[in-house]
Design a protein around this ligand. Sequence first.
Ligand SMILES: *Cc1c(COP(=O)(O)O)cnc(C)c1O
Length: 496
Amino acid sequence: MNIRYKSTRNSDITVTASQAILKGLADDGGLFVPERIPKLSVSVDELKGMTYQETAYAVMKEFLTDFTEEELKDCICKAYDAKFDTDEIAPLAKVDDTYYLELFHGATIAFKDMALSILPHLLTTSAKKNQVQNEIVILTATSGDTGKAAMAGFADVEGTRIIVFYPKNGVSKVQELQMVTQKGKNVAVVAIHGNFDNAQSGVKALFENKELGKELEACGYQFSSANSINIGRLVPQVVYYVYAYAKLLENEQIQSGEIINVVVPTGNFGNILAAYYAKQMGIPIGKLICASNENKVLFDFFQTGTYDKKHREFVLTTSPSMDILISSNLERLIYQAAGCDDGRNRELMRALNEEGVYQITEDMKAELKDFEAGYASEKQTADTIREVYEETGYVMDTHTAVAAFVCREYRNRTKDTAKCVVASTASPYKFVKSVMTAIDENYGDKDEFPLLEELKRVSGTELPGAIKEILNADILHTLECDVDNMEQTVRNLLNL
Ligand SMILES: *Cc1c(COP(=O)(O)O)cnc(C)c1O
C-alpha cells in the first residue's frame, strides 16, 4: 500500500517518501512522519534466516513505497557491503544475560553508519525520481558521529556536497581526527565555537532561512539534511531491531512471539524511535527503555511529562554523542501521542522554542506507556564498563555502557524478566580514552593513541580499519567559526 508523509506541524500537505527524503525537514519546520506505520508483510518466522540485506528490503519497502523494487534493492546492496567488517552487518553478542546488538561494524565504527551508508543512495535515487537538477547540499550538525558517517557516505557522490558543523571542544580526539582527515572534493567540515545544540539550532535556522533558500536555488543548489530528522535515516534504523528479533529466534534464544525489551542509549531520539516503529510494525517488543547520560532531559520528561531544557546546565560527558538537550526526533513521538493533531504539536514546539519548556497532558502521557527511562551518571557509566569487563571480558564503549547500566537498573527495579537487547552504538576504540580510564584509572594520564594498542590487548579484538586509517592521515580541514557566523561560512563555501 502506498504511504505518504506529512509534516508534524501541518497534516494537510502530504509528500511521497522520496520527496520527504529530498527535503529532510518540512517547509514549516516540522518533521515528516508516515501517515501510518505500516505492518510487516512477512511473519517473524519468515524473517528467521534472512540476511541483513533481505531484512532491510522487507522493512524498507513498507515505508518507501514510491521506490521500485530494483531501486531499493540497489540502494541496499550498495550500502550494506564490504564496508562492514562482518557479513552479519549487525551482530548480536550475548554477554551474561544481555544481548548487545553491535551497530558499529561499519566504516566509521558507530551506529550512524547503519543509516548513513544508505542515505546517499536513497537521496540520489530520490533526486532522479523527482527530476531534481540542483546540486544537493547536505548540511549537518554533529555531536561527533553523524558528521564523519555522513561525510564517509557522501564523499565524492555525484550531484552532492556536504558541509558538517561540529562543536570544537565537544568531540573525542578520534572523532575529530576522523572528520578533519576526510577525503573527497565535495566535503567541508567546520568546528564551531559552541556546543552541539548551538550547531543544531544554527543548521535548523539555515534551513528555515527563506532568503538563503532563494539564493541557493538561483545558483543551482538546494539543501538537504543527513541528520536523524531525515526520514531516510530513520527508516533504515528500523531494520536492525527487526533483524535482532529474527536472530534471537533463529538462535533459539526466544520462542516465536516472545516479548523482548530494547534499551537504547539516546540523544536525538532517532534510534529509539526506530525501535518504536519496529514495534508498531509487529515486532514483539515490550518496553522501549530510553537511556540518558547526565544530560537527562528525556529521563525527566518521561517521569514528569514536562520537557524542560531551560532550567538545566548542559554537561559535557564521556558519552558526547548523547550530550543533547533538544532531542529533535521526540517531536515525532509527541505528534503521535497528541493523536496526530498538528495544532497541538505546533503549540508545544513553539513553547519549546520560545520558552524552552513544554508540558504534555495526562492523556498524551498515557500514550507513552511503552517507554521507560533511566540515566547513568559518569561514575555509573565507568563502573559498568569496568564491571562487565572484569566479569566477562567484554569491553563496551561509554554510550553502550549508559544503556547497560540503565538496563540493569530497570531489571532490578521492576523484576521484569523479559530478555533485553541493548543497542551497542559505538566501538570502544572510538572512545578509547574514556573506556580505558574506566577499566583502570592509571590510563588517565596516557595519550589516546598508545591506548589503542592497550585496548586491543585487553579486549582481544582487532584494531578496526577506521582506526588504522586515521593514524597516519593528513589533516585536510581546519576551518572554524563562531556560532553566529555559520550562515556566512556556508555562503563562503558555496561562493554565494
Ligand atoms: C548518535 C549516537 C547516539 C544517540 O542516538 P540518537 O538516535 O541520536 O538518539 C548514541 N550513541 C552513539 C555512539 C551515537 O553516535
